[in-house]
Design a protein around this ligand. Sequence first.
Ligand SMILES: Nc1ncnc2c1ncn2[C@@H]1O[C@H](COP(=O)(O)OP(=O)(O)OP(=O)(O)O)[C@@H](O)[C@H]1O
Ligand SMILES: [Mg+2]
Length: 278
Amino acid sequence: MEKILKVENASFSYDKQNKVLKDISFEVERGEYIAIIGHNGSGKSTLAKLLNGLLVADSGEVTVANFSAKDKKSLFEVRKRVGVVFQNPDNQLVASIVEDDVAFGPENLGIERKEIGERIDFALKAVGMEEFRKVSPTRLSGGQKQRIAIAGVLALKPEILVLDESTAMLDPQGRKEVLEVVEKLNEEEKVTVIAITHYMEEAVRADRILVINHGEIVMSGTPKEVFARAEELREIGLELPPVCQIVSGLIKKGLQIEKEILTEEELLEALCELLQKN
Ligand SMILES: Nc1ncnc2c1ncn2[C@@H]1O[C@H](COP(=O)(O)OP(=O)(O)OP(=O)(O)O)[C@@H](O)[C@H]1O
Ligand SMILES: [Mg+2]
């Protein structure tokens, strides 16, 4: 498999005293869906900015599709390949009409008019917002605004989509919309996804989870591997997904149910099976 992203021994500090990221290393394969979790101030957003060259590591290296973010000449290639969606949709929408907003990035890249039109079509369709093309973003819900922010990033045709708590300000409906769009992009368009989140029920959907604490990666593995280490997670201020808490409650009450269940779907299936047996 092709490694689309390599982070090698990357360290970063804002003020030359406190290292915010310490010797971070990991690799991501094209098409992977990675979740990054860690408590407040652990360095997640700083890492997101390192990934698309908004910040450059003090030491170590970030490489995207063989372009190093350290090298000024290839920085543009890195930025083109890594799109970041941030937390607050209101800070990310710039134009007064949806289509202009989506066109903003490609226009800045100097892409020609006809191609921009095609990219707007593709991006709005990908996030299910085609009908809103001529609408003002101020009239949209939070989830819809965030989908437009994602469309704006998609119009740049990134190979890696980084979401920095992009669902945190949304209501449950908005979160669901954004997650569905991101999962579809990952599955159908093969976009590599790196989702920073503090919702453990979102992290369980990833192929792999990286756990960051005080600027270091302290765990890495599949959701099942990571959430099996409940005690260590608790020590660094992280909870288990809500479903895990229900499952361990059920086990304590004497129910014969598999310990490794992480998602609502798995829980429902296990409960139905149990009820049918009895
Ligand atoms: N622009 C900045 N200048 C100086 N220090 C900063 C800056 N941005 C972040 N920091 C510090 O760097 C550390 C890591 O911050 P960062 O925003 O990367 O963490 P985070 O994991 O994203 O936190 P949160 O979960 O709250 O979003 C914190 O101690 C923070 O105070
Ligand atoms: Mg953050």
